[in-house]
Design a protein around this ligand. Structure first.
Ligand SMILES: [Cu+2]
Length: 301
């Protein structure tokens, strides 16, 4: 009943946030953070809900006491202000000790989750992520594969001023890239996050990862996508980094381990071939100096 009432509101919120309604989840989940597709993202979600309900309980007690006092001790009922009210040591001790206990009770699970988020040991794949104006570079450090990932051309054309293209006709408008980051499922992937110019932030909500990309620093983050959840996951730069901040989305293509291995092998071979110097043309000794002299004016100009 309530969720049915709130659904249009949630849809409007989703539309306002820039996420297409078709891609977003429905109902209540649109008002909350996603549960995600990694163990850590679910732990973060559970922690968030735990703390949320603690806050709700505190709000009910505090505002309940306030409203009850205001109504019960109102002037029209003949209440007289107590001008002699002074310190009550017992009450003051209680309202100091109780919040301290609540804070400690919240800090313990929060610290436990934070420690897990920071634990980048036993990683199976390391990828360097470099943010730049305006896109991302992905470096598979152990495999010699590196490429840039930018806003897809269709979104880029539609976002131009007076382009005449209706953004509603572009699929995943501003949320699609030309070359997504490709990773395998069920693998602990470590990201080394940095930036080439200004501060960016690599954020994929469903992985529970949001890490600042800072020039001159290398930040670490990690994720392991559930083995039964391959697919495309989207995110965005989450640090206001300048004019085109809104135009550097993130797409992660999560594949099965076998598919990923094939992709990585093909990509490495393709990049190796592209980097190889072109086969030297057969140059006869007499032709070589002539080629050199004709080439020099061209390079000088
Ligand atoms: Cu950015």
């Amino acid at each position: 009943m309530i969720s049915a009432k709130l659904a249009p509101l949630a849809l409007a919120a989703a539309a306002a946030s820039g996420f297409p309604a078709a891609q977003a989840d429905s109902g209540w989940s649109q008002l909350n953070m996603p549960r995600g597709v990694t163990e850590i993202s679910r732990k973060i979600y559970d922690l968030h809900m735990e703390i949320f309900w603690v806050c709700v309980a505190i709000a009910v007690v505090v505002f309940g006491a306030m409203v009850w006092s205001i109504i019960t001790y109102r002037k029209s009922r003949g209440a007289i202000p107590d001008g002699t009210l002074v310190h009550n040591t017992k009450v003051e001790c209680i309202w100091t000790v109780v919040p301290v206990i609540i804070l400690i009770a919240m800090a313990v699970p929060a610290a436990r989750t934070l420690v897990e988020i920071e634990d980048t040991t036993k990683t199976e794949l390391t990828i360097k992520v470099t943010g730049f104006q305006w896109g991302w570079q992905y470096d598979y450090l152990d495999d010699g594969v590196a490429y840039y990932s930018r806003l897809d051309r269709k979104s880029d054309a539609a976002r131009e001023l007076l382009s005449g293209i209706d953004p509603n006709t572009v699929e995943h408008y501003l949320l699609n890239v030309d070359h997504p980051l490709v990773v395998p499922v069920g693998t602990k992937v470590r990201l080394l996050v940095t930036a080439a110019d200004v501060i960016h932030s690599w954020w994929v909500p469903k992985f529970g990862v949001k890490k600042d990309a800072i020039p001159g620093f290398v930040n670490e983050a990690w994720f392991r996508v559930d083995t039964d959840k391959p697919g495309l996951y989207r995110g965005q730069c989450a640090e206001l980094c300048g004019r085109d901040h809104a135009f550097m989305p993130i797409v992660v293509d999560v594949r099965s381990k076998a598919d990923f291995a094939t992709w990585l092998k093909d990509k490495a071979a393709e990049q190796k071939q592209a980097a190889a110097p072109p086969a030297a043309p057969a140059v006869t000794p007499s032709a070589a100096p002539a080629a050199a002299t004709t080439a020099s004016p061209a390079t000088a100009s």
